[in-house]
Design a protein around this ligand. Structure first.
Ligand code: SF4
Length: 370
């Protein structure tokens, strides 16, 4: 069996006010125990498969994997190679934050071949407004350190729509980002997730976010600026230089199977989606006792699978085959084509520029009758 592998590392230096991921702060003293639990869970999961499990991609996400002492990443990598096999050209990504540069060299030697740097912005004002612990200089230093260490595949993450952000500031950030010449750039609009610090501030009218129109204009500016700099806009939020699209994320969008290990990690195997508990102590105790820490699961029946295939596929630049959509959702397809939210490009259906701005609504509309 060939699949992708996701390993969740929950440790973070500090709490970002917009974040609702599964993370813990000031808990790295638990890294050894957590790593042992991850290895134990990995072994249990792999033993449940056939004997020929090969992972094509390996992605350490978080949290902040680079914040954990890198010997634990090495321990997990060794366990993957011991209990399964990694393709010889497997993409091995570690998410990293500025400030963790001292770990880059060990990560590289361990076999990590892709870094995904959580830069988020490149002005001190925007970084402060986002509640990040690093400044612009730290971000640039981290990028330079990654290059100097020998990483030839570096992704950076950026967030637009920070409190009080102007189009001018966002353009400055884009220009600065392009000068880095990163192989991959992910760009997300700031979203206010329930129960985060930003959510509380927003409810008290204390979060001066850019208007929706301004945020839309920032997104369009992003597309124009990065495509002019020869990045391919291959998925709504993702831009890459030729041959540097994220292989791991592409496998999610293509509906391929993957195994997720660690706190709150999700797996999709044999038409089942399975997810782990999201409390750190519960996770470690459960794995120590049983080898697993499953919270729940759902069966993805044929209709749900079709729905997900359409919703994920339409977010990609290459879109979906017209015959496939005409077979399953002809009325909604025609309706969205008529409203210039989708377009037919060489018999592939994809979002228009107008559609990109309301992509979630377009996706929902497209699968309405399924
Ligand atoms: S570093 Fe990343 S995972 Fe950690 S709190 Fe900030 S946004 Fe969330």
């Amino acid at each position: 069996m060939s699949l992708g592998l996701y390993i969740h590392i929950p440790f973070c230096r500090s709490r970002c006010p917009y974040c609702d991921f599964a993370f813990v702060v000031r808990q790295t003293h638990l890294a050894k125990r957590y790593t042992n639990a991850v290895v134990h869970e990995l072994q249990t999961q792999i033993n449940a498969f056939d004997t020929n499990t090969t992972f094509d991609t390996l992605y350490f996400g978080g949290g902040t994997p680079s914040h954990m002492p890198p010997q634990y990443i090495e321990q997990i990598l060794n366990a993957v190679q011991k209990h399964a096999s990694l393709s010889s050209n497997a993409e091995i990504t570690v998410e990293a934050n500025p400030g963790d540069q001292s770990h880059f060299s060990t990560l590289k030697k361990t076999g990590v071949n892709r870094l995904s740097l959580g830069i988020q912005a490149l002005t001190d004002r925007a970084l402060k407004a986002l509640g990040r612990f690093h400044n612009t200089e730290d971000a640039l230093d981290a990028f330079k350190a990654a290059r100097a260490t020998g990483f030839t595949n570096i992704g950076i993450d950026l967030i637009f729509g920070a409190p009080k952000q102007t189009q001018e500031e966002w353009t400055t950030i884009l220009k600065e980002a392009v000068t880095l010449n990163a192989e991959h750039i992910s760009v997300y609009g700031l979203t206010i997730e329930p129960d985060t610090n930003f959510d509380k501030r927003a409810k008290k009218q204390q979060l001066p976010l850019p208007t929706e129109t301004l945020q839309s204009n920032m997104f369009l500016r992003t597309i124009d600026h990065l495509t002019a700099a020869h990045y391919e806009h291959y998925e709504i939020s993702n831009f890459a230089q030729p041959n540097f699209a994220s292989q791991h994320n592409q496998s999610y969008w293509e509906g391929k199977p993957y195994l997720g290990v660690g706190l709150s990690a999700h797996s999709f195997i044999n038409n089942k989606r399975i997810w782990n508990v999201n409390d750190l102590q519960t996770y470690m105790q459960s794995v120590e006792n049983t080898g697993l820490a499953v919270a729940s699961s759902e069966t993805i029946d044929a209709n749900k699978h079709l729905l997900e295939k359409i919703m994920l596929g339409i977010r990609r630049k290459k879109g979906l085959d017209i015959d496939f959509l005409e077979q399953h959702t002809p009325t909604q397809l025609q309706h969205l084509l008529n409203h210039n939210l989708l377009e037919n490009h060489q018999n592939r259906i994809r979002l228009t520029r107008k559609g990109l701005l309301i992509a979630d609504a377009v996706c929902t509309e497209l699968v309405k009758d399924l």
